[in-house]
Design a protein around this ligand. Structure first.
Ligand code: ZN
Length: 310
């Protein structure tokens, strides 16, 4: 029994009414309660279990990233509208008083602020590429992370968040190593979602590149099948939501960060990420707002020791 018959507004209201998410006044930003977090942690554990013999190194990076990285990977050229550059105050006391007056009189105050060296991180894998600089071992490298990411796209639609967590894997190595690994995970990802009774479909996808030139970039990305997504209906049956995405960057990051394979060639990279909040929301939409009433097969997979939810 689906929670709300795939209606975006009803789904949002249902999540709030069940206490699963806590609105804080800004679209796309909300708190999560213990039940939501329990489901999220257990879904993430399922992902870890699938990867347990792969030998991935685990890292956690903070939600902020060196602004230079964003500049190097052309993020500001391709997605300026989604960025979240961190600004702070660099002035002295007199300007601090002017700033304060402006704020308290309800007037604009951005002219008093200056750009810092950090931005909010828009992609879970970005922090790791600069650490690969040099020559990777013959078997390549595999890294996994659980990072908060930011996208400036405020929306009342609950699956379109400004801040969310991604369980990410990044593979670096030869083209064969990278593509084989990506294809293996595409099957794994679909199988995992299906094992939780979620109707998952893989599809070719593209990134929301900015502007007219961006449309051409997106078309070429699709044509070369560089991006795949796994989709599950959450707020619409006709337009299912991407809960997992797979990106093959070819030698893009290898060129930018000078990453080589043992034979001296530029290394290739691919990444995949589970949007953890979206996976959790897919479960709530598909099986209802109370995990206690979810199908036994789903409950026993997520809670093998029998305690369900809160
Ligand atoms: Zn990535």
């Amino acid at each position: 029994m689906s929670a709300t018959d795939y209606d975006s507004q009803k789904f949002h209201e249902g999540l709030v009414k069940a206490g699963l998410i806590v609105p804080v006044g800004v679209n796309g930003i909300f708190g999560r309660n213990a039940v939501f977090e329990d489901v999220l942690a257990r879904f993430n554990d399922q992902v870890s279990a699938l990867a347990k013999d792969d030998g991935a190194e685990y890292f956690v990076f903070p939600p902020t990233i060196d602004r230079a990285v964003l500049q190097k990977v052309d993020y500001m050229d391709n997605f300026p509208n989604l960025s979240g550059v961190v600004y702070s105050f660099f002035g002295k006391e007199l300007t601090a008083r002017q700033l304060s007056e402006r704020i308290h009189s309800g007037e604009p105050w951005s002219e008093f602020m200056g750009m810092t060296d950090v931005t909010l991180n828009p992609a879970a894998c970005y922090p790791v590429y600069p650490t690969f600089t040099g020559t990777v071992p013959k078997a390549g490298k595999l890294v996994t992370m659980l990072n908060w990411v930011f996208r400036h796209e405020p929306s009342p639609e609950p699956t379109r968040m400004q801040a969310f967590r991604v369980r990410e894997f990044v593979r670096v190595g030869t083209p064969d190593q990278v593509v084989e690994w990506r294809d293996m995970w595409l099957k794994r990802g679909v199988a995992l979602l299906e094992s939780l009774d979620l109707p998952a479909t893989p599809d070719v996808a593209s990134d929301p590149f900015f502007g007219k030139g961006g449309k051409m970039l997106a078309a070429s990305q699709r044509e070369q099948k560089l991006k795949f997504e796994v989709l599950v209906p959450v707020i619409s049956k006709e337009k299912p939501t991407a809960v997992c995405s797979f990106n093959y960057h070819e030698s893009h990051f290898g060129d930018v960060f000078d990453i080589k394979t043992e034979d001296g060639a530029t290394a290739q990279t691919a990444c995949l990420g589970f949007g953890l909040e979206r996976c959790v929301m897919a479960l709530f939409q598909t099986h209802g707002f109370d995990p206690g009433n979810w199908p036994t097969s789903v409950r026993s997979k997520l809670w093998p020791n029998g305690t369900t939810g809160a």
